[in-house]
Design a protein around this ligand. Structure first.
Ligand code: FNR
Length: 386
């Protein structure tokens, strides 16, 4: 991944070969044609009437850039620093569970793409492959482990410890999934990837989880996951206890309220992910980009802020970074790439988002992520926001 802007990043996509979907809408259409309705609906849909899903997109459309010109923008630098490491891009792989549903290599293919692109990869608790297999597949990738708390807390601690010994570099505790969202598409399609076993990787390899089962039948594994993965008692004391149990930095994923961001800092959390789970949990929720400015003000640069939910192109990433996010995480786009062409598909999707970001930074009139913080953004009613 070079840092110079050669001016023709788009033209490499115009070749004699069969075209790869260039934008999110094309990707989604291609995947809808390729995979069955059950898995496709599971990935695409949002909770309830999908207002949150729509809010995520419309939030980006509310902002416009007022570009500046006649600056030398021949050298664009997109590197960022997170938890003491430098990355060439501000893009991160969001934790997306059950990748075996769309490709037999599942998370192994996705993490290899992340390694190739030098982007942090967040592995889900509910992965098809175990975290140890993911670590082995991409030993030099930066890997963070997304933890779903467990009703039996010892399972959560066991998974966090396994992640630490397998070389994962952070724990991402997801706080918005204490119950499963009201997902009508899955009821319509009568589809549950969890019940089909796609989430088994980290569970069947966990000694504490396995010891908690009455027997080793498939049915008892499914029941065991269902009993543990939803944990409505989750509270700040659990966060403090996790902090005592691990040496890794802890991020909270799913923060939307500035007061929760402040509490995260008070409770010793090392970073937050502003996210509404891609619109999959509570319907009628604020678009994650709309939640960002007040959280940036509340956090005051004390800990890194990552944003996800609805970042589907480079310009979306640019707007989030301009509004103060330190990095953005991508969910559905990379899973669609995985469904279409495995590791190569993931790389193509993430590279397209990155290339558009790089071109856009230059065309907005600046040359770095720090420079983006100084550009002029207006709401579409013409009001200048910064
Ligand atoms: C997710 N997401 C998610 N989040 C998490 O913390 N653990 C998980 O296991 C999953 N699994 C999952 C599966 C699928 C199919 C999707 C689409 C999403 C949420 C994910 O990390 C992220 O918040 C959203 O995907 C971001 O929104 P976009 O980029 O998909 O709009």
């Amino acid at each position: 991944m070079t840092n110079t802007t050669d001016g023709d990043l788009l033209l490499k996509n115009i070749t004699a070969q069969a075209p790869f979907p260039i934008c999110f809408a094309d990707l989604e259409k291609a995947v809808a044609e390729k995979i069955p309705a059950g898995p496709f609906g599971y990935i695409r849909s949002g909770a309830g009437g999908e207002q949150t899903l729509r809010n995520n997109r419309s939030a980006f459309e509310k902002y416009s850039i007022v570009p500046r010109f006649l600056n030398d923008v021949s050298n664009v630098h997109t590197s960022i620093n997170l938890f003491g490491k430098t990355y060439p891009t501000p893009l991160i792989f969001a934790p997306v569970g059950m990748n075996g549903m769309v490709h037999e290599e599942g998370e192994l293919a996705a993490v290899r793409a992340a390694q190739q692109l030098n982007m942090p990869y967040i592995q889900s608790t509910v992965s098809t492959y175990a975290l140890e297999d993911v670590a082995e597949a991409a030993p030099s990738a930066t890997k963070w482990f997304q933890l779903y708390w467990s009703t039996n807390e010892e399972i959560a601690f066991s998974m966090a410890a396994r992640a630490e010994s397998a070389g994962f570099e952070a724990i991402v505790l997801t706080v918005d999934t204490v119950m499963l969202g009201w997902r009508e598409e899955d009821v319509r399609n009568q589809f549950s990837p969890l019940k089909l076993g796609y989430a088994k990787g980290n569970y069947i390899n966990d000694p504490v989880f396995m010891a908690s089962l009455p027997n080793d039948s498939f049915e008892s594994y499914v029941q065991g996951v269902l009993q543990n993965v939803f944990h409505p008692t989750l509270n700040w004391e659990h966060v403090r206890e996790l902090k005592r149990r691990t040496n890794l930095p802890i991020l909270l994923k799913g923060i939307l309220h500035p007061e929760d961001a402040k509490l995260a800092i008070v409770n010793g959390v090392d970073g937050i992910i502003v996210s509404n789970h891609g619109g999959r949990q509570l319907d009628g929720v604020i678009g994650s980009l709309d939640a960002l400015p007040s959280i940036v003000s509340a956090v005051k640069g004390q800990i890194p802020i990552i944003l996800d939910s609805g970042v589907y192109r480079g310009m979306d990433a640019l707007k989030a970074l301009a509004l103060g996010a330190d990095a953005v995480a991508i969910g559905r786009p990379f899973i669609y790439g995985l469904a279409l062409e495995g590791q190569q598909g993931v790389e193509r999707v993430m590279t397209n988002i990155y290339d558009e970001l790089k071109v856009s930074i230059a065309l907005a009139g600046t040359t770095s992520i720090e420079g983006l913080r100084t550009i002029t953004l207006v709401k579409n009613d013409g009001m200048e926001v910064k």
